[in-house]
Ligand binder design. Structure first.
Ligand SMILES: [Zn+2]
Length: 282
């Protein structure tokens, strides 16, 4: 029986909380794109043409919300996205960060525990209304011309996706579940998605990532909706506070593991000598 972790662990315990999320557009969304990497629709062999939202957009928005709420509780209020991550707070623990670029120049990295896949519209895209117009190329205003695509995604369009928390405690789950529900607007530089309604329709704890939206959309009956596993989580404020209080001990482990001095204590003499030689050779 797979269960939540009691306390956060740096080493993976192979537990995955998968949240099946439905995001419904409340307004028509207008997408302007002249960037090739801005993927908007996708042709799936079994699903035909669908609107899609790349997971990094969902994750980016979710991270902002998690951080915002954390600040409202005055927990590491100076932690900020881009170059000012503190690598020492619930948000950084959940979404990860690189020590080099952190404000404290931490000697460690944290891997993201929030994973996911592309959100796919539940309906196929009928006759994509795809307008192209000439746009002046940003890099070469004098001579360059780029094709701009404008695409309308009708309101009421529902997207489905899976948000997975790796090695979750109940506190981590509470933070993500609460903030997913607060995801009421999604947007980006060239995408005006506008208002959305986000609900969690299914939740599963497993020793593997075994829910796939691609499969789910092909056979809607393959998974019975059940969110009981996330119904009795700690209150979100308590969850943030508890998680925050667990971080010093967790990071202490990380730093100690990297320190050869600490390793020596735990190992027999021969092993220490061998390791010492290795370190010297580096
Ligand atoms: Zn942080």
């Amino acid at each position: 029986m797979v269960d939540f972790l009691q306390t956060p662990s740096l080493l993976s315990k192979g537990v995955y909380l998968q949240l099946v999320v439905e995001m419904k557009l409340l307004d028509d969304a207008i997408i302007r794109s002249n960037e090739p990497e801005e993927v908007l629709t996708y042709h799936y062999k079994a699903l035909e043409n669908r609107f899609i939202i790349p997971f990094r957009k969902v994750k980016g928005k979710l991270r902002r919300l998690v951080l915002e709420k954390q600040r409202s509780y005055n927990i590491q209020p100076d932690c900020a996205l881009k170059d000012d991550l503190c690598l020492n707070c619930p948000s950084c623990l959940l979404f990860g960060g690189t020590g080099e670029t952190s404000s404290i120049k931490a000697q460690y990295n944290i891997l993201s525990r929030v994973l996911g896949e592309t959100f796919i519209s539940t309906n196929t895209v009928e006759g994509i209304r795809n307008y192209t117009q000439n746009a002046v190329g940003e890099k070469d205003l004098m001579t360059g011309q780029a094709l701009m695509t404008i695409l309308t995604v009708p309101k009421e369009t529902v997207f489905k996706g899976v948000v997975t928390i790796k090695d979750p405690t109940k506190e981590m789950a509470s933070v993500i579940v609460d903030n997913l529900k607060r995801l009421t607007r999604i947007g980006a530089r060239s995408v005006e998605w506008g208002r959305v309604e986000t609900i969690i329709v299914n939740a599963k704890l497993s020793d593997r990532e075994d829910i796939s939206i691609y499969n789910l959309l092909q056979n809607d009956a393959s998974l019975t909706d059940d969110i009981s596993i996330i119904e009795n989580l700690p209150l979100v404020e308590t969850a943030y506070t508890t998680l925050n209080s667990q971080i010093p001990a967790l990071l202490k482990d990380l730093i100690e593991r990297r320190s050869p001095k600490k390793d020596k204590k735990a190992k027999p003499k021969e092993a220490v000598q061998a390791e010492g030689a290795e370190v010297g050779a580096e």
